[in-house]
Ligand binder design. Structure first.
Ligand code: F6R
Length: 656
């Protein structure tokens, strides 16, 4: 492990050291990180971590200014550094930080790529940073995606020479790709590689697919600084946010140095810090299985996590775990604290058993001491928030159905219009239907023009308002299909069309007062006893996370209202992920019949079937993913020793 500790987690109030007790943490420091080969710090939120990174950059710039020297920065694009740039712009505008002594070199650029293309890194850097600060234009260097094929080789050599001529990189900011790439140094890159043109990995292209409206539009090549170029930087900060990066973060920090994970070469750099949020750190041994790295401070959460892990690791139901199983797997300390495995097993078994309920709104007239929900009031006002028009049925279609059947007053609100996820072909289909039925579509402009425009539309062109309206209407129609099928009257369905989403592009605006006011108004009207919301905390810039942040803001604003004292918030996970078993606080089993009904409800969202625009890296249809996920949760419960259910939907309570 490198000895540099510039980011001492204990110094920052929002940093989350694993051990709450600092002195204990210090004592255990060596053991705690013994699997780790790159210095790293874990923060509760990527926003706060980004501010700390920006402060380090700002300090470096100022130190260099004091010495009357230039500051040579290596810069990255992508979602990871966006908040860092936001903070640097703030420091410039509000605190007078000057970039006049900064010389910047960007890591990479797609090839071929026009500078004006909104997907170009040239565009990105100007939009997020350069247009808002006082850096001299001649000091900005970004690999040029327009260089001809014949000149490319020499161009790359010159780029490298320019970095050297500027005195080398004082600081290099990095993100990490899921392939383990830094810059665009994909697996196979040599540790001595220099600036060159490369072919992008399929996974990298599929991660970029949504921004390019489909993988077919993502360039196949790029220009990138080499590993050798990056490693020469005097200081490197690499950032990773979100659950999706957790696997590659672990391999980079704990694995062998290998060209399969080019970021692992950073293990050899003696001044690198990996800055992580909790989700990106979750696979690190000290976080995932802290009992394997040294003495562990046991609390309720670690106990649950450890016992579920033990049961899964030794493949035995909880009630069959023995003292030897605990001792053999680093959990002797827990046994010593608790006495015997017999008591531990029973406690854990009961705890998990109590999460299972067929009554998500509470069971009337039943003792609710050990149930996830209160039994009163018997008929609850329930608000289901769905970021896009389909997350409700995909993530909690079975629970939705039960809530209606158990006579609760259910209201569903679709937070965004979801219009950008409707393909042009789908829009043409509907426009033609509208045309044939009404000969002219009211509110949709000239329908013939719309059809003609859609038919000749180029990639990456933003839809007109009329086309967006039409696409939004398609999703509304599909949502009504699903909610009617589940038995919910139309009067209990709202479409919030939150303004932050309405950019017509993948990139959304930050949320503002208007978004908050819309949701706040709805919650005040409904006065819900339960709110269900998508708890996708791991997706730093996605729509789900923004929708959740808006809800958190509203909850904070309304927390003193009388009705909010009786309001419980349950978080479900979106289409991509499920809660870990030890996190689940309410598990709602579905019968085979309910699974089929849920499937049919998802089918109503036809525009989201068959290779949709925002499929992510999982090519399965949403209904298949949802079903397999719910079946896997049921299977996991069964393997821990509980009854065998067809499927289970899972929720975690959010305490505000
Ligand atoms: C960007 C770059 C890439 C990204 C990486 C992570 O200039 O070189 O290595 O840093 O692909 O991308 P995000 O941050 O979007 O997850």
């Amino acid at each position: 492990m490198n000895s540099d500790t510039k980011y001492d987690a204990t110094l920052h109030k929002n940093a989350v050291p694993y051990y709450k007790d600092i002195s204990y943490r210090e004592a255990g420091k060596f053991e705690e990180t013994r699997f780790e080969k790159i210095h790293n710090v874990i923060f509760k939120s990527s926003d706060y971590a980004s501010i700390i990174v920006a402060q380090e950059i700002a300090k470096l710039i100022k130190d260099k200014q004091a010495e009357q020297k230039c500051c040579v920065l290596g810069l990255a694009t992508g979602s990871s550094p966006i908040k860092v740039y936001e903070e640097l712009v703030r420091l410039h505008k509000e605190e007078g930080l000057s970039f006049s002594n900064v010389i910047s070199f960007n890591l990479d650029e797609y090839y071929p790529m026009d500078r004006g293309n909104v997907q170009s890194y040239h565009y990105f850097m100007h939009e997020h940073l350069f247009d808002h600060i006082d850096i001299l234009p001649e000091n900005i260097h970004i690999p040029d995606g327009t260089v001809s094929q014949e000149d490319l080789h020499q161009y790359c050599i010159d780029y490298e020479l320019k970095i050297n001529a500027a005195g080398g990189l004082d600081f290099q900011l990095l993100g990490i790709g899921r392939t383990g790439h830094i810059g665009f140094n994909e697996p196979g890159s040599h540790y001595n590689s220099v600036t060159r043109s490369i072919t992008l990995d399929h996974l990298t292209r599929s991660d970029a697919a949504s921004a390019f409206f489909g993988i077919a539009n993502v360039p196949k090549r790029a220009i990138t600084m080499g590993i050798g170029t990056i490693k020469k930087a005097k200081r490197i900060v690499i950032m990773a946010w979100g659950h999706k990066k957790a696997g590659v973060v672990k391999e980079t920090i704990e694995g062998l140095i290998t060209s399969d994970i080019p970021a692992s070469y950073l293990q050899e750099h003696n001044n690198t810090t990996f800055v992580l949020d909790q989700e990106a750190a979750e696979e690190l041994t000290r976080i995932k299985t802290p009992w394997l790295v040294g003495p562990c401070r046991w609390n309720k959460k670690t106990k649950s996590k450890a016992i579920v892990w033990l049961s899964q690791t030794v493949q035995k139901p909880i009630l069959k775990l023995t003292d030897k199983d605990y001792n053999d797997h680093g959990m002797s300390g827990l046994l010593a604290e608790e006495g015997s495995c017999y008591d531990l097993n029973i406690k854990m078994f009961n705890k998990l058993q109590h999460t299972i309920t067929g009554w998500p709104g509470g069971k009337p007239n039943a003792d609710d001491t050990n149930r996830p929900e209160r039994n009163t009031p018997h008929k609850k006002r329930v608000l289901i928030l769905s970021p896009h028009p389909d997350d409700d049925v995909i993530s909690m279609g079975g629970t939705f159905l039960r809530l209606i059947e158990q006579d609760h007053k259910v209201h569903v609100a679709y937070q965004t219009s979801g219009n950008i996820a409707v393909s042009d072909e789908e829009a043409i289909k509907y426009a033609e239907v509208v045309k044939n039925v009404f000969s002219e579509g009211e509110g949709y402009g000239n329908i013939d023009k719309m059809i003609a425009d859609l038919k000749k539309k180029q990639e990456n062109v933003i839809d007109s308002i009329e086309v967006r309206n039409l696409k939004g209407l398609i999703r509304r129609g599909e949502s009504f299909g699903a909610t009617r099928f589940l038995g919910l009257p139309d009067a209990y369905v709202s479409f919030l069309d939150l303004p932050f989403y309405e950019t017509g592009t993948v990139k959304k605006k930050p949320f503002n007062k208007k978004d908050v006011a819309i949701l706040s108004k709805l919650i005040k009207e409904i006065k819900p006893h339960q709110i269900y919301a998508a708890g996708d905390l791991a997706d730093p810039h996605g729509t789900h996370k923004v929708c959740l942040d808006i809800l958190f803001k509203v909850l904070e604003d309304l927390k003193e209202e009388e009705f909010m004292k009786d309001c419980w918030v349950w978080l479900y996970r979106g289409a991509w992920q499920e809660w870990d078993i030890h996190d689940i606080e309410m598990a709602v089993p579905l019968s085979p019949d309910e699974v089929l009904k849920k499937r049919k409800a998802i089918f109503f969202h036809q525009s989201q079937k068959d290779g949709v625009l925002f499929q992510g890296d999982d090519s399965r249809e949403f209904w298949v993913r949802a079903e397999e996920r719910n079946q896997q949760t049921a299977q996991k419960y069964h393997e821990l020793g509980f009854a065998e259910y067809e499927a289970i939907e899972a929720f975690k309570r959010y305490h505000f």
